[in-house]
Write a new protein. Structure first.
Length: 367
């Protein structure tokens, strides 16, 4: 109720909340937002969401294999993980990597104070010589030679919502009347109009009427901060999303936004704030354009299935002795109807030796 009161107060003060403001408060408000309070479950048995590292240690072993391949071509001393969630990836990474390949530092850049507390509890279970390399930071400064990981981070960046009706574009906002929140619209500002017109030009289609969609204005700052402050890096992004043409397909007329509570979709996001997750699929074409403006190389864009197969997950899977458990893990991580095709892998580097290649099927041409 306290978070709802704060949302009401802001809506009354400003007249409305843009959806990115509303999403920011619902997910990240200190002590009250979804990622900042104990309503988020980190137990895989009843979690609101399950990421690859929680499915199995085999996922993290595949990440280690990729890290080692990169290290063979590029000096990489440090790791930065954005939004480390339960800390499972960091824990298994440091537990399973060989001493000779051990990073000097494993930095975690985490926005949630509550999740930092949970991560510290998990990392403390490692031998001290391993846990001592982990350091929590709130910004990137003077860290080079880095292997960067963003696993299901971009989908949680707050975005703006838009609607086209009667041949006009509007921004969707949250207003309050008689102490009740409701969705409404306001006229688009010039920046938003320009972005929408450019999207239409690139996809070669006019967005139809009665069409809701999202644009994430936060990608620019997120990636610019990284690309401008780190030298000598490889950056792997794992998330669900689409190319621009797929993202704004005419049939996707309700957008990609999803609300989840206890792994179940909820319909109304205007009640029980702070108790449910909000996610928006990634527009990978937009991410690629930002990288190009910073002259950062896109090494590959592929599916999670292709990436994990290339990193030897089938061969490693026999470390799981129980056949039923092993097959279930592989199904969750690799099958098209599960995470395999829905999750994409995007890998950037600022300078990679020309003979470094991934054998995965590549989909960069779709971007």
């Amino acid at each position: 109720m306290e978070l709802l009161r704060k949302i009401h107060a802001k809506a009354k003060q400003d007249g409305y909340l843009t959806f990115d403001e509303y999403m920011e408060m619902c997910l990240y408000y200190p002590g009250l937002g979804y990622y900042n309070n104990q309503s988020i479950s980190l137990n895989p048995k009843n979690a609101d969401f399950i990421t690859g590292p929680e499915v199995s240690f085999l996922y993290t072993e595949s990440m280690i294999q990729f890290y080692l391949r990169c290290k063979a071509h590029k000096k990489l001393d440090n790791i930065i993980e954005f939004g480390a969630g339960s800390g499972e990836l960091c824990y298994n990474f440091l537990k399973n990597i060989s001493d000779k390949d051990f990073p000097k530092k494993y930095y975690i850049l985490e926005k949630s104070k509550y999740l930092i507390e949970q991560q510290k509890i998990k990392i403390a279970r490692l031998p001290k010589k391993y846990s001592d390399v982990v350091e929590w930071i709130d910004k990137i400064e003077n860290i080079d030679n880095v292997f960067l990981i963003a696993n299901e981070v971009l989908d949680a960046l707050p975005a703006k919502l838009f609607l086209k009706k009667e041949n006009k574009f509007y921004e969707k906002v949250v207003k309050i009347k008689n102490n009740e929140l409701f969705f409404s619209t306001i006229d688009c500002d010039d920046l938003s109009k320009d972005k929408i017109l450019n999207i239409e030009k690139r996809i070669g289609l006019e967005i139809p009427n009665n069409y809701s969609f999202e644009i994430n204005f936060m990608y620019e700052k997120f990636f610019s901060d990284i690309f401008s402050n780190i030298e000598n890096f490889v950056f792997i992004i794992i998330d669900y999303g689409y190319s621009e043409k797929e993202f704004y397909h005419a049939d996707r007329n309700s957008g990609t936004i999803q609300y989840y509570k206890k792994n179940t979709k909820i319909i109304s996001p205007l009640t029980q704030q702070g108790t449910f997750d909000i996610s928006i699929s990634v527009d990978f074409s937009s991410v690629k354009r930002i990288a190009e403006r910073h002259t950062i190389k896109l090494l590959t864009y592929t599916t999670q299935t292709q990436f994990l197969l290339n990193m030897g997950i089938l061969e490693n899977s026999y470390k799981v002795k129980n056949e039923f458990e092993r097959n279930n893990i592989l199904k969750n991580l690799l099958f098209p109807t599960d995470m395999g095709e829905n999750f994409k892998i995007m890998i950037f580097c600022d300078d990679m030796h020309s003979n470094f290649e991934l054998q995965s099927k590549d989909y960069r041409h779709k971007l």
